[in-house]
Design a protein around this ligand. Structure first.
Ligand SMILES: [Zn+2]
Length: 60
């Protein structure tokens, strides 16, 4: 089984064999793989926004 990163709790989630579904046993996150990818894009975007904000705060 494939492993994925849970967008909700950031623990390890599992992708099913058909790559159609993502399940996280840690927080109960469950999603289709397609919307999981969309969610992860959003999470990555938020992370880089935070990073940018931290850079600005540090004054560089
Ligand atoms: Zn989770």
């Amino acid at each position: 089984m494939l492993k994925a990163k849970c967008p909700k709790c950031r623990n390890e989630a599992v992708v099913d064999e058909d790559m159609t579904k993502v399940d996280c046993s840690h927080c109960g996150f469950s999603s289709s793989y397609d919307s999981y990818l969309e969610t992860m894009k959003g999470v990555a975007q938020n992370m880089s926004d935070d990073y940018q904000a931290n850079l600005n705060k540090s004054g560089f």
